[in-house]
Design a protein around this ligand. Sequence first.
Ligand SMILES: *Cc1c(COP(=O)(O)O)cnc(C)c1O
Length: 446
Amino acid sequence: MQFFSTNNPELRVDLEEAIFRGLPADNGLYMPERIDPLPESFFQELPDLSFSEIGFRVSRQLLKGAIADDALRSIVEEAINFPAPLIKLDEQKSILELFHGPSLAFKDFGARFMSRLMAHFNKEKDKQLVILVATSGDTGGAVAAGFYQTPGIEVVILYPKGKVSLLQEKQLTTLGHNIKALEVDGTFDDCQHLVKQAFLDEDLRDQIRLSSANSINIARLIPQSFYYFEAYKQLLGQGIITPPVFCIPSGNFGNLTAGLLAHRLGLPVTQFIAATNSNDVVPQYLQSGNYNPRPSVATLSNAMDVGKPSNFARMANLYGQINGRDPLEKATWESMRQLITGYAFTDLETEAAVQLVKDRFDYTIDPHGAVGYLALDRYQKETNSSHGIILETAHPSKFKPDVERILRHEIEVPERLAELENREKVAVEMSIIYSPVRKWLLEQYV
Ligand SMILES: *Cc1c(COP(=O)(O)O)cnc(C)c1O
């Protein structure tokens, strides 16, 4: 299997290049050259397959021949070592809990799979690999936990001083071993600029093998398709056989795109719901056919505060746009809106939904999941549709202050997050000037 760029279908690379490069030189995104449906036998066996077996078969189908079966199997088994339970709210709605990994958000699936895939291709190299990531909070936590103690790979996380939450900072700064944190006296953009300068520094790159763990990496998308099949399996187990509606709280639309991949692989789906906060560029497009990215605004569901969703290029590609530089065709819009319905909600509506889900179902939902709840509820009221699944993208305790303010009582923090509070922070302070960062990298890794 090879991968092409959404900006140029002629540009093909192998899996190794796609994951270590992250982004094609033409600024498109990598996509698998073919997506063939899984065989009928897979769906017959599905009710009896374990989550990691599902992951193995799905990734083998998407990566056909790019990696040996036994290597892929052990990568998936190591990466997918926590469950994704489907919790039934009522006859119409279930919640797919994606927060049972180390950093309590669905990004653990992508980060853990990517780290092991990179380690696999890195094995034969004599120079260690250094991953540089700038983070505004959540991605860094999943990357730190995902790459922790991965042989041959060092990770450097740059985060803006004073601009991430206390628990987020602890997730970045307390692991030790191969994970190091740089606390930058600046903004997230300054952190990103420092990373960019390092990547453009040829002399540095002659001495250190650098790579990124960017959220647009194809290796992060693939494992996110596994849990759509896992959810369907659990629905079948409950005797529900109509194809479900999947409702996805979205920002950069990686999670939703992974669902579209699952659908291409043959997963029965009635409809996808794109649920957003006020950053509603994609729901607007689905409504009107006009795609107008714009600067993001801050909301309560802040992991979805995205004004220019990076995975939109992949969505458009799946529905007929051949070259991402061309204007969007009407046919792309028409096929997309047949399968995807978009809704956006305000913070006030989101807060009310957190309260309503608690009152009606005794379930504590986080603000991102609450946006999903609202969207599924509206869709079901408009269409009298079949069973719907809301993807719960993070554990509510990750947004403890807001959730406790809304519900007016304390919420439980899982052990693996709570114990971070007592761990000691280790971070190297940096200004926004590149040369000390460069000097530090050379001292550490050459
Ligand atoms: C990253 C994130 C999202 C958005 O996911 P996308 O794949 O970017 O659409 C939603 N909720 C939470 C909690 C997240 O961390």
